[in-house]
Ligand binder design. Structure first.
Ligand code: DGJ
Length: 825
């Protein structure tokens, strides 16, 4: 081993080893559980003593080196590696053969910013780009934020180490810099590449992956997060088979179709058992993830810009930097990989005044009014919201131009005085006067054909001259690759943010890309990437100019839920679908790679506007509270009962807000995608756990999909409970409507109550029961290894005060806190 050149990166629990082989290629020697410092590494070396049939040996001198079987840190075509290349560059007469070998490397403490990337990870105090919202000095903590939540603690101890490795092609002066930063505390490695053309001719980059990881075996399940509008990031789990599995987006945004986050799990792995790799990309545009099982039983993973919509000419002397990609590893199942990613986002992606700051509970008027509102109507909702304890009022779409529906006015960012005769400043002042923050919806990236902006600048819209344009939601995308368009948008947004005195901005984006065209003079293979860079430029300037504004990303809900957006906007509207059942799947999928502090989650009306499903208001709260809570229904017309319920919900959320927002989210049961098929009830449950760093305080969501008849007790087991702790467990007090019992009420009523009678209506409207109260003191070892027996559930065979009346789509929240004694007081 003495002659081996090895670069080692250690995290808290992981080790990453890069070997520079005798030829100079970078090989991945190991990525897994942390190794001893004195570990003898010989066993990790590839055993190259015989060749492979029909393989291409690397050179006449290296007849036993077959690149297609090597675990490589980067790869190129032309020298015997037949898997997907990480670097594909065309030069000369269409030649693509390149062969990058080691030149030099350097190790650095912390993380120097990667030049040219506006969206990238950072270490506090070594801010990624001083230009991004200059955060360190604004990094206020909320007065009432609790220091004990998971990530606020982690942030104070976080360290990073970076290695930059320079590779050169063996023949041409083309240089590849590979950057690795290990964020030690959360065991996440960020990677990026910079390709420099030092030749005297232009070269064309056809593909440049941000990250490649070759794993020596191929026994994996791929977990991806897929869907469409209203059903974003639902989990797909499939076994890796021979050939290439591609997860990608080519519609211009990271997309609801396929999120860039990917997990590789062992087929028999669980949340708490088995190797697991997790990956993500800090990018908001077209991306591609390749998971390839090679003929020799190895796995190649790559992520980066989608080459399908990309080609980039590098002139002599120019360089190109990829977006950053991130990865983590857990030897203990997907929960640790997932909470590593969650912690990474809170510590090294989200920045600015709202980092680790408790986020306000908001009320948004969209589903209450859609486009049809008046100033008085808005104020009625805001006053009702204030009374309930809500802290931020958000005025959604329809406040500007002539915007009465979605066919007009995008681009005309001045107030619609028909709806708001006293102007936006007055409305904002009135809302501030109520003691609430004021937020505004904008969709700056778009223009409607029916708008003054389009009349003035038709060439700013992305439309191909001479072709009938395709439309999405009747609108066009502005060409953000143009400096004049970006300057205009920064100015227009700055004006409206100032006039409206906004504390919060919902930044929407409601169509995907078609008809790619620009009036600028560059090859359209650059367009999609240039658009993303243009967007980041705007966001960088606006967040720097308005460091205190809380930005929430939105793209028809979760069409651009990614780490790139989170570099500028600390939270994202998770989905337009607010149905509690659908949200359990959406938020479960999202939690794999993103923390609850990033997930906007609102309670809306029942029946739900996206599914027409009826769910109880308590259940809608229980699901929404595991994110950034908001209300999106007409609060000015609530019944007295609902008001009382919502007030109680809000004070419960405020009490545990730090934990709900900054705790680590674990999945105790995934619902329908649950791996366990041996238990017929397991697919019927979604259970989430949110915990602080040392598991001394936890909140559990127990959500039942459909009720069943004649079932027995449910057991609440928390494998993450600390065996050496004792816990007190309490059920959140919530209301059970009497109407849920239907005509069964006659079993207890002294009077016969007829269906549809006036009396029945009065009872249904006014009488609510308290739910059962499970209160236990339990030692952590029992909680972790067996679990507590919850009160028997209503299933058609009897009822007492202690019955868990849990219908379809019904739920409970349990609070657990460490106590000294294992006995009830
Ligand atoms: C899509 C968003 O996701 C909704 O919340 C709402 O803001 C509408 N756009 C408004 O047009």
């Amino acid at each position: 081993m003495a002659n081996e050149r090895i670069i080692r990166l250690d995290g808290k629990s992981t080790t990453y080893l890069i070997r520079i082989n005798s030829v100079g290629h970078l090989e991945n020697l190991y990525y897994g559980k942390k190794l001893r410092y004195d570990a003898t590494l010989e066993a990790l070396l590839p055993n190259r003593t015989v060749g492979i049939g029909t393989g291409v040996a690397y050179s006449e001198k290296n007849t036993l080196l077959f690149l297609e079987t090597a675990c490589l840190e980067t790869s190129t075509p032309g020298k015997g590696d037949f898997r997907t290349p990480a670097v594909q560059v065309e030069y000369g007469n269409g030649m693509t053969t390149l062969d990058f070998v080691y030149y030099k490397h350097r190790l650095l403490k912390g993380k120097p910013p990667v030049k040219g990337l506006d969206a990238q990870s950072y270490v506090e105090g070594q801010d990624a780009a001083s230009s991004i919202a200059s955060n360190a000095q604004n990094n206020k903590k909320s007065k009432n934020s609790k220091a004990t939540t998971a990530d606020t603690q982690a942030s104070t101890k976080e360290e990073a180490i970076t290695v930059q490795i320079l590779l050169k092609d063996k023949v041409l002066p083309i240089v590849l810099q590979m950057n690795y930063t290990m964020f030690t505390n959360c065991d996440v490695i960020a990677r990026s590449c910079i390709l420099t053309n030092k030749t005297e001719e232009p070269i064309t980059i056809r593909n440049l992956a941000s990250l490649q990881l070759d794993i020596p075996d191929s026994n994996w399940n791929i977990v991806s997060f897929d869907g469409a509008w209203g059903r974003e990031r639902n989990i797909t789990r499939r076994h890796l088979e021979s050939g290439i599995t591609e997860i990608s987006s080519n519609c211009g945004v990271s997309s609801a179709y396929h999120n860039p986050a990917i997990f590789l799990e062992r087929p028999d792995g669980t949340e708490t058992r088995g190797d697991c790799y997790a990956f993500n990309l800090i990018y908001s545009g077209n991306h591609r993830e390749v998971i390839e099982k090679s003929p020799f039983g190895q796995t190649r993973f790559q992520t980066g810009i989608n080459p399908q919509t990309f080609s980039w000419v590098l002139k002599p002397g120019e360089d190109f930097t990829t977006p950053e990609a991130v990865m983590t590893y857990s030897s203990m199942g997907s929960a640790v990989a997932s909470t590593n990613m969650q912690s990474f986002v809170n510590n090294h992606i989200v920045r600015g005044a709202w980092k680790f700051r408790e986020r306000p509970i908001l009320c948004n008027n969209w589903e209450a009014t859609y486009f049809n509102f008046t100033e008085e109507g808005i104020l009625d909702i805001a006053r009702a919201a204030k009374e309930l304890g809500i802290e931020l009022f958000v005025l959604d779409d329809g406040w500007f131009g002539q915007r009465d529906n979605d066919t007009s006015s995008l681009g005309d960012w001045f107030v619609n005085t028909k709806k708001l005769p006293d102007g936006i400043t007055k409305l904002s002042n009135t809302i501030h006067g109520l003691g609430m923050m004021f937020g505004l919806w904008v969709e700056p990236e778009m223009v409607s054909r029916l708008s003054l902006l389009y009349d003035r600048h038709p060439d700013w819209a992305i439309i191909i001259p001479g072709r009938d344009p395709s439309v999405g939601r009747n609108q066009f995308i502005l060409d953000l690759t143009r400096q004049d368009v970006r300057d205009y948008l920064v100015q227009a947004m700055s004006e409206i943010f100032t006039i409206a005195k906004v504390d919060y901005v919902k930044w929407d984006m409601n169509r995907i890309f078609s008809d790619i065209h620009t009036e600028s003079n560059y090859n359209l293979g650059q367009f999609s990437h240039r658009y993303v860079l243009g967007l980041y430029d705007i966001l960088k300037r606006l967040t720097a100019a308005f460091p205190d504004i809380l930005f929430e990303g939105c793209a028809s809900g979760g069409n651009r839920f990614d780490l790139g957006i989170l570099c500028f906007m600390p939270q994202i509207w998770t989905s337009d679908n607010t149905d509690a059942l659908c949200r359990t799947a959406i938020q479960t999928g999202t939690s794999y790679a993103y923390p609850p502090s990033t997930m906007g989650a609102h309670i809306s009306a029942s029946p739900n506007h996206q599914t027409l499903r009826k769910t109880e208001i308590e259940t809608r709260f229980n699901v929404s509270s595991f994110g950034i809570l908001g209300y999106e229904m007409d609060l000015s017309t609530l019944s007295a009962q609902d008001k009382q319920i919502i007030q109680a919900q809000i004070s419960f959320y405020k009490h545990y807000r730090a934990l709900f927002q900054y705790g680590r989210l674990y999945r105790l049961s995934d619902g329908p995608q649950n791996r366990s098929t041996s238990d017929p009830t397991s697919n019927n449950q979604v259970r989430w756990l949110i915990a602080n760093t040392d598991f001394s305080e936890m909140l559990v969501l127990d959500f039942q999909i459909l009720n069943q008849c004649n079932i027995w007790q449910s057991i609440l087991r928390i494998p993450f409970a600390r065996p050496d702790f004792n816990y007190a467990i309490e059920t959140r007090l919530q209301k059970v409507p009497v109407s849920q019992f239907g005509s069964l009420i006659n079993m207890v009523s002294p009077l016969q109550i007829k269906a549809n009678s006036q009396l029945k209506k009065i009872i249904d409207k006014n009488i609510m029961l308290d739910n059962e109260q499970d209160y236990h003191i339990v030692s952590g070892d029992i909680l972790a290894n067996s679990g507590i027996r919850l009160s028997p559930q209503f299933s058609g065979v009897g009822f007492s005060n202690n019955t868990r009346v849990l219908g379809d789509f019904d739920s409970r929240i349990y609070h657990l806190i460490r106590v000294q004694s294992s006995r009830k007081h």
